[in-house]
Design a protein around this ligand. Structure first.
Ligand code: ACM
Ligand code: ZN
Length: 737
């Protein structure tokens, strides 16, 4: 690929060198994404000149589109055109032409004399403008030129969506708008806004202010408050911004599951009515809306009343996924309802719930959309649209039931880049399935969801791009299957994305993968960074502050020879690519000394206890040693009798991973490794019900210094299994002073 590019550039340079007087076509290939359905190259180029006119029909929408084109051209090339209402015949003509057939279809003709975009309606006109923007030169050119071409284009599917989960992490309005603008640039036409979930309710509902005053905020493991929400004014602003860009915003209000945040605000929504807090961890939670109470439906109807007023979209997504089994089984009201209506168990209640909400929405002129669990119970109205995520079975069932479907499962962008590479995504066309061919009218299209447990405003761009480009091509052009052509075009897009300050990711690996290693021979700590881009730099600080692009940096390796707190963040230029990571090194008299165990730690959690490296409460950072179902019984050999003032053993509690504090910690000392002196036993109060992770230092402080060659630390396990599961003991360091 690289070679082809080099050849093209050198031909271009050759023209310059020999001083040929015609304007050489610099654009050897049109770098359009998604690739249009029909492209015919013409002769020569169109030159943009200030003052030239863009003419468009006089209606407000066409005039807005013309103004948008003028502004984008000026931004990118510096050339200021002027917009005039038709019938004046400008150099750039936007025209409604009923002979252009097909929904969203357009025709774009560029000749040396004129640029014409024709479409049967304004949606097509706007896509023509988006294609034209991709033909504008990225480098400075005088005059800027557009290659002559004739394009006839229309989408493969009518539903081309991007979903953003703003609950697990909150994304500011500016980020949301930027994503809508980018999605529209690649001809996506649906922004599915996943506005509510367990970890945060993000849409202001005036009738129920606690949904946001309580439900939009959570207390994180480290005690900090996290959250945010969109006011109705902001929502309207985003909806308008999207509509201007041919993008329909479909709101998702999750129900009856994934509702912990709403229940934290209004506990009466759940079967038990018990107060809960907004969770800080990920997963499926047992607190869901009670189907058996009429008041639940009154609440949801009232919420939906406000939602439908904010979103002109004819669709409302109600989630419907991942309702835990048996959750309604213990509820008297739910069971009474099931009996009264003759519903078959939990699935019957689920069906009843979905259809009741669906009927309410239908009364408001809206169609219900839900994840494929809404099929469960077998009673789903064929009016509903099913978003398929769990595999082909849901698609099959929905299509047979007469439902329209949106395919999302193959496009989950929360999948790490190295497990869903650009190439994998491009080479597999999930629509290329005989099942779908049988129901052409029911397959609306697809959607790429970005679930945000691990995606934030800092690394979200890299999860989305370049992969969304591959998805846009599947959704737009059924004939585009040439990976090599796509790769060239996608790479050419990166310069434009960079100009928009998009922190697009690598094609097939993560942005950065850290290893943190202590070398006992050299008493050296090394942070090794596997980088997704050669020009990615790791900027760092040593004072606990957040690094900036002005902080010192390293590429592959940073070596440290003394205790430090190193905070590292990846940048390309001045654009940060993901959140910082902190590496903590402490002073330890036992640094690098050998440790033996009565029972070895688990292979997955076998960090050294004398490497000076501390772990963090999230436990997956490689800093921890862990034992499940046995005591931690460790002996450190200092090599020679050593004067000790204190022994500090560090333990983790993180009950989300069944990691529990020990019941007691015993410190012993010896000079021969056989005869032990007990120094102290520290009993601990252990609360397996405390789900908030924390680290506990358990310290023996000598009243007068102890001399010993061997130090033994025995941490006695809690003992009983918790909810049937043996708990773990986790320690990251035994610090001798
Ligand atoms: C989903 O991923 N729970 C729809
Ligand atoms: Zn109930």
């Amino acid at each position: 690929m690289q070679r082809a590019l080099v050849v093209r550039l050198s031909i271009g340079m050759l023209f310059c060198l020999v001083g040929l007087s015609f304007t050489a076509p610099a654009h050897a290939q049109l770098d359009l994404v998604p690739e249009p359905q029909h492209v015919t190259r013409g002769q020569g180029v169109f030159e943009l000149e200030s003052g030239d006119r863009i003419t468009a029909p006089g209606d407000a929408r066409a005039q807005w589109i013309a103004g948008f084109l003028r502004d984008r051209i000026e931004q990118q090339t510096g050339v200021a055109l002027q917009v005039v209402a038709a019938p004046d015949y400008g150099k750039v003509v936007l025209r409604i032409d009923p002979s252009v057939h097909g929904d969203e279809a357009y025709r774009l003709d560029v000749t040396p004399r004129r640029v014409t975009i024709a479409a049967a309606d304004d949606r097509g006109l706007f896509w023509g403008v988006q294609t034209l923007r991709q033909l504008l030169p990225l480098q400075h050119e005088v005059p800027p030129t557009i290659p002559a071409v004739s394009i006839e284009d229309a989408p493969r599917y009518s539903w081309r969506g991007v979903m953003l989960d703003v609950s697990r992490h909150f994304y500011p309005v500016a980020f949301v708008k930027q994503q809508i603008a980018l999605a529209s640039y690649y001809k996506f036409n649906v922004f599915h806004w996943h506005l509510t979930d367990d970890q945060g309710w993000r849409i202001q509902i005036k009738r129920y202010p606690k949904l946001t005053s309580v439900g939009a905020w959570r207390t994180e493991a480290d005690g900090s408050r996290y959250g945010g929400f969109y006011t109705q004014k902001e929502i309207r602003e985003v909806v308008d911004y999207a509509r201007e860009r041919n993008v329909m915003v479909v709101p998702e209000i999750e129900m009856p599951g994934h509702t912990s945040a709403a229940i934290a605000a209004y506990p009466e929504l759940s079967c038990s009515g018990k107060p809960i807090t907004v969770p800080t961890t990920w997963g499926v939670f047992r607190d869901v809306d009670c189907v058996g109470k009429d008041s639940t439906f009154r609440f949801l109807d009232n919420v939906l009343d406000e939602v439908v007023k904010l979103f002109p979209s004819p669709y409302v997504h109600i989630g419907g996924d991942e309702v835990p089994e048996g959750v309604w089984a213990d509820c008297t009201s739910c069971q009474q309802l099931a009996k009264a209506k003759g519903l078959q168990g939990e699935a019957g209640l689920h069906s009843y719930f979905v259809n009741r909400i669906g009927a309410y929405l239908a009364g408001k002129g809206k169609t219900l959309v839900g994840w494929d669990e809404i099929l469960e119970g077998g009673q789903l109205s064929p009016r509903a649209i099913v978003e398929v995520w769990r595999g082909p079975e849901g698609a099959k069932q929905a299509l047979a039931n007469g439902n329209r479907i949106i395919l999302a499962g193959p496009f989950y962008l929360d999948t790490p880049i190295d497990r869903m590479t650009l190439e994998d995504l491009y080479r597999t066309d999930p629509f290329d399935d005989p099942l779908f061919a049988k129901y052409p009218k029911q397959v609306l299209g697809g959607e790429a969801p970005l679930w945000s447990e691990r995606a934030t405003p800092l690394n979200g761009d890299a999860r989305l791009y370049p992969r969304l480009m591959a998805i846009s091509e599947h959704l737009w052009n059924p004939a585009a299957h040439d990976w090599h052509s796509f790769l060239l075009r996608a790479r050419a897009q990166e310069a434009w994305l960079a100009s928009q300050r998009v922190a697009y990711g690598p094609e097939d690996e993560d942005i950065v993968d850290y290893r943190f290693i202590f070398n006992p021979t050299y008493k050296r700590w090394r942070i090794r960074a596997a980088r997704g881009f050669d020009d990615l730099l790791l900027h760092y600080t040593l004072d606990g502050s957040e690094p900036t692009a002005a902080s010192p940096s390293f590429g592959d390796v940073l070596d440290l020879y003394k205790p430090a707190t190193v905070t590292v963040a990846p940048f390309r230029g001045d654009v940060q690519y993901q959140a910082s990571r902190t590496f903590r090194i402490v002073q330890n008299l036992a640094l690098g000394d050998p440790v033996t165990f009565a029972a070895p730690p688990a292979a997955r959690y076998s960090a050294s206890l004398t490497d000076g490296i501390l772990g963090d409460i999230y436990l997956a950072d490689g800093g921890w040693a862990g034992w499940q179902g046995v005591d931690m019984d460790t002996t450190i050999d200092l090599g020679q009798p050593t004067v000790l003032h204190s022994i500090d053993a560090r333990f983790l509690q993180n009950m989300q991973a069944w990691v529990l504090l020990p019941r007691s910690v015993t410190f012993e000392a010896s000079n021969d490794g056989k005869n032990w002196t007990s120094l102290q036993t520290v009993p601990l109060t252990v609360d397996p019900g405390n789900m908030r992770p924390f680290i506990r230092d358990v310290t023996f402080s000598a009243s007068s210094p102890v001399t010993a060659r061997y130090v033994r630390v025995v941490a006695a396990r809690y003992g009983q299994p918790v909810n049937g599961i043996q708990t773990w003991i986790f320690s990251d360091e035994i610090i001798l002073k």
